[in-house]
Design a protein around this ligand. Structure first.
Ligand code: GLN
Length: 193
């Protein structure tokens, strides 16, 4: 299955590697024409303001919004989740803005810049998932039609899905656990309801 990985900035190489490890074919997307023939797209972690600006410069923001409207599955990790969100608390930066979630950028402040927490992930099975958080955002509010998929031990939301859109505040591409990516492949071919 051909899976696009937005390759403007951030952890796209790691996503491509994880996809290869589970038998999918990553396609690096840097220009609108690279979107031809992909069945879904992953937006990596990185810096959402930078990725947003580069999306505008590459002429990709419009085509991406259109593809999402037409039902293309998209998975955003961390900065990718910020780009998918409809509401980031009024900050002025380019967004795809498709998912009915309110996201707070850099929600853990300086003290907790980066941390790991074992996450309970019922949507992936009984085994916990190693959640790697780097200057991570949080999902503060979810709209109707958004399912919460994972929370921190204290209940704060770190993964959600709305139809064809998937978002995690953590970075599964920095672990060797391919289950989130496999779940996304399932969304792409309609297996994961
Ligand atoms: N703090 C970054 C942002 O606001 C996201 C961090 C990440 O993707 N690891 O865009």
């Amino acid at each position: 299955m051909r899976v696009g990985v937005l390759a403007l900035q951030g952890s796209f190489a790691e996503h491509a590697e994880t996809l290869r490890a589970i038998g999918a074919s990553p396609v690096l997307v840097r220009l609108p024409e690279h979107m031809e023939g992909i069945a879904g797209l992953i937006i990596p972690g990185g810096e959402s303001t930078t990725i947003g600006k580069l999306l505008v410069n590459a002429g990709l923001l419009g085509p991406l919004r259109a593809a999402v409207k037409n039902g293309m599955p998209v998975y955003g990790t961390c900065a990718g989740m910020i780009l998918l969100a409809r509401d980031i608390g009024g900050l002025d930066q380019p967004l795809i803005g498709a998912m009915d979630i309110t996201v707070k950028r850099n929600a853990f402040g300086r003290q907790l810049d980066s941390f790991e927490e074992s996450l309970s992930v019922p949507f992936l099975g009984p085994e916990p998932f190693r959640g790697v958080f780097i200057r991570a955002p949080l999902i503060e509010k979810t709209g109707i039609g958004v399912s919460v998929l994972a929370t921190l031990a204290d209940g704060r939301v770190v993964a959600a899905r709305q139809g064809t859109l998937l978002a995690t505040a953590f970075h599964p591409e920095l672990t060797d656990d391919g289950r989130v990516h496999r779940y996304f492949l399932g969304m792409m071919d309609g297996r994961a309801a």
